[in-house]
Design a binder for this molecule. Structure first.
Ligand code: PMV
Length: 320
């Protein structure tokens, strides 16, 4: 066992979203979800025991930041595996900072890998996924590369992700960085509110059907179907927020303009679909053959926005 363990995990974007918790403490979801891991955005995290520290410490992008969430996460290992002293966590996020793209998936997946190395746990990837889920639900999927399914399960042992399709099917994602002045609703609060929507049980039923159709579309490498299903699933998720007991909306005018633009591109014959998470950024689904044409059109029409092009990426790597 070496003294410092480093792990790298990539972020992932759900094609079938996780948007609701059966168990808030354990992050057990109300629905299964399916994602694509991206090559472009990742987190690298190093951990070491450090007895000169008074408590767990997190250095993120070279600055010391609040370590409450990390401490809570490490305490899971302290109670389930063995007690240990303060840990120094040094993490670097390679995600576009200006748009505040969510990095909790790659962060908790990388931290899981680094900690399991530090503690010499020799975990199976699915066991790591289970731990990563406790840090942030979507992190359960970032343990794996390419296309990943998180079967909702029903308890702490049975809720984890696994590889669904470990192949690059020439799918591309263009991430539009929409700057936000809007007040951020955390995913935990957002989900809790969404579950109060009268549309919620219908969304759960639809999600189960969409998941089965998504699996078929991925297996047959039908990116048009993948995009259509992902878009329906995501737009319905945001409708839950608007119809909750305290309505809220992650979309900005720019989000709406991008959605309309992408949907018009599709009407004109281009492969182009949107998916959106807990913020205003728009991820555009297309394929390798169309990505440059679409990227140029987007840049021409939204000259103030930054766009990143991403493809399917790899799973967690731990290098001791
Ligand atoms: O893992 P969390 O708590 O950040 O939730 C992620 C929620 C979405 O990104 C909106 C959907 C998903 O499945 O990733």
């Amino acid at each position: 066992m070496s003294d410092i363990i480093t792990a790298t995990a990539h972020t992932n974007i759900a094609l079938i979203k996780y948007w609701g918790k059966e168990n808030v403490e354990l992050n057990i979801p109300t629905t299964s979800s399916l994602s694509m891991t991206l090559d472009k955005f990742y987190t690298t995290t190093s951990v070491e025991f450090n007895s000169s520290l008074a408590q767990d410490t997190l250095i993120l992008n070279e600055k010391e930041v609040d370590a409450t969430r990390v401490h809570k996460f490490l305490n899971i290992f302290r109670s389930e595996v063995a007690d240990f002293g303060p840990v120094l966590v040094i993490s670097k996020n390679h995600v576009p900072t200006a748009a505040g793209l969510a990095s909790s998936a790659s962060s908790f997946a990388a931290l899981t890998g680094a900690v399991s190395g530090l503690l010499d746990l020799n975990l199976l990837p699915t066991q790591m996924s289970r731990y990563a889920r406790r840090g942030s639900g979507s992190a359960s999927r970032s343990i794996f590369g390419n296309f990943v399914i998180w079967n909702k399960g029903e308890d702490d042992d049975s809720s984890y992700a696994e590889s669904f399709l470990d192949a690059d099917i020439e799918m591309s994602m263009i991430v539009a960085e929409v700057s936000t002045g809007a007040k951020k609703v955390s995913s935990t609060v957002g989900m809790q509110l969404a579950q109060s929507s009268p549309l919620y049980s219908k969304w759960q039923e639809d999600s189960a059907k969409q998941l089965e159709n998504m699996k078929k579309a991925l297996m047959s490498e039908d990116i048009e179907q993948v995009g259509l299903i992902a878009q329906d699933n995501a737009l319905a998720m945001h409708e839950l927020n608007r119809t909750s007991s305290q309505p809220f909306d992650y979309f900005t005018d720019e989000t709406r303009a991008l959605i309309e633009f992408v949907q018009n591109c599709y009407k004109e014959g281009l492969l182009a679909f949107v998916t959106i998470d807990a913020g205003p950024n728009v991820k555009i689904i297309t394929n390798h053959a169309t990505e440059q044409i679409l990227l140029k059109k987007l840049k021409d029409n939204f000259p103030n926005l930054a766009f990143d092009l991403a493809h399917a990426g790899s799973g967690l790597v731990i290098n001791a």
